[in-house]
Design a protein around this ligand. Sequence first.
Ligand code: AMP
Ligand code: ZN
Length: 112
Amino acid sequence: MGSCLFCRIAAKEIPSQLIFEDERSLVFKDISPKAPTHVLVVPKKHIASLLSSTDEDKDLLGHLQRVAAQVAASLNLDSFRLVANNGRGAGQTVDHLHYHLMGGRAMQWPPG
Ligand code: AMP
Ligand code: ZN
């Protein structure tokens, strides 16, 4: 997956503003933030989308939610949104699974 943007960020071939990293995941600031806090929770494993994940990824997917919660707590966010866009119609532009963790402002519902 040499050309995948988030694989390259995970491999440190492309710089990012890293907030958190462990053996299976990293969290870095979105380059085009849509909220005062807008970071991306990303597995190091290349999975193109949530729809592409398999039962083998169950533990990893759970881990990513715990990482999101721990990062939210470390940033003192008690209100936040965790979003995975799946597919072009939903706004996915990078084909490597990621969760947007957004907070610091009031959120609308439903999202557009
Ligand atoms: P999505 O549109 O849901 O696939 O989300 C992709 C996100 O990645 C967008 O919010 C982009 O602003 C963000 N993004 C794209 N390139 C970079 C980069 N080099 N570093 C950090 N975030 C990026
Ligand atoms: Zn990738």
